[in-house]
Design a protein around this ligand. Structure first.
Ligand SMILES: [Mn+2]
Length: 322
């Protein structure tokens, strides 16, 4: 099933097409939404509306609206990069008569009338590969948006899940001639406040007895640095890549709960996230806690995945991969 066969048909059936991302948008979410908007405009001259939360550092890709009180009657909705209906940037979308889900996460909620669920390295890769397969015209603007999502969701093509097909799709996007180094420069830029936050993270990160690297960013710190949820997560870059410590986790106060971001260097830890009611990818997943009292339990659960605490055989297998 090619996503654009559905899109081409449904955009003509309904007076309105709305593309929606997930809450706390990232590069893949914004890149997918805007890339798709540009593809629809360039190939069928139809204006789709994009709904996403605000995120300043990606505004160079284009504009979008925030969810208002719009109803979704008589609307064709394309929901991108969003695994569950609750995480939508506009949950009212579920009332729409026609919903296309395009997502690359582990499948837990196939809420669409059509569900394009492919476990590729980014949602942008799915959209770009379907566009290429269908022989669509891909403008520089569309390519730049889709490339941004591919780059950000794969740690610049370095995470598990990147394969020859990923790079073939990226290659096709680069052929459009958009200014790739400019995109990378914009994505990499840090202001002094971020540098100060990074300093805070290095000074306050901890390593548990069982070898888990962790940090808890409390509300007062979020306020002190004026951090958006997305900026809070940049602490993960401080926690990663520490020799002999492949399992790390970031806790942060968020909307009265504690957001937990689990990460590892090639160790499957998603079961730990599931244990706390979360989910996601094998080595990059998340959950929410009701209170800080549960933090210790999460750390102890994760300690079970630290190679030095596992059997000699498992340890050797992990070392071989290193
Ligand atoms: Mn994604």
């Amino acid at each position: 099933m090619n996503a654009f066969d559905i899109i081409e048909r449904e955009i003509r059936k309904y007076p309105k097409t709305v593309i929606i991302g997930h809450i706390q948008p990232d590069g893949d979410c914004i890149g997918s939404s805007l890339g798709l908007k540009y593809l629809i405009k360039d190939n069928w001259d139809v204006e789709a509306t994009v709904i996403n939360q605000k995120i300043d550092r990606l505004s160079f890709l284009g504009c979008w609206d925030e969810a208002g009180s719009a109803s979704y009657e008589n609307t064709f909705v394309i929901q991108v990069d969003n695994s569950t209906r609750e995480r939508s940037a506009a949950p009212a979308f579920i009332k729409a008569p026609a919903i296309l889900k395009i997502d690359h996460h582990i499948v837990t909620d196939s809420y669409g009338n059509w569900n394009i669920e492919e476990q590729l390295s980014s949602c942008c890769q799915i959209i770009a590969s379907h566009a290429i397969e269908k022989g669509l015209k891909i403008s520089k603007q569309a390519a730049a948006a889709l490339y941004t999502g591919m780059v950000t969701d794969t740690g610049r093509f370095s995470y598990t899940g990147v394969d020859g097909k990923t790079l073939a799709v990226a290659s096709r996007l680069l052929e459009t001639g958009f200014d790739m180094p400019a995109i990378i420069s914009l994505l990499s830029r840090r202001d002094m406040n971020s540098v100060e936050y990074t300093k805070y993270c290095y000074e306050n990160m901890k390593i548990s007895k069982g070898g888990v690297v962790w940090l808890y960013v409390k509300q007062e710190i979020i306020d002190r640095f004026g951090l958006t949820p997305d900026k809070v997560s940049s602490a993960l870059d401080t926690l990663r890549d520490i020799e002999d410590h492949p399992v790390f986790v970031l806790f942060a106060d968020l909307e009265g709960k504690i957001r937990v971001e689990f990460r590892s260097d090639r160790i499957k830890i998603v079961d730990a996230a599931v244990k706390f009611g979360g989910g996601g990818h094998e080595c990059a997943c998340g959950a929410r806690l009701e209170s800080a009292g549960q933090i210790q339990a999460v750390i102890e659960e994760l300690e079970k995945y630290v190679p030095s605490r596992r059997s000699e055989a498992e340890k050797a297998a992990w070392m071989r991969k290193s």
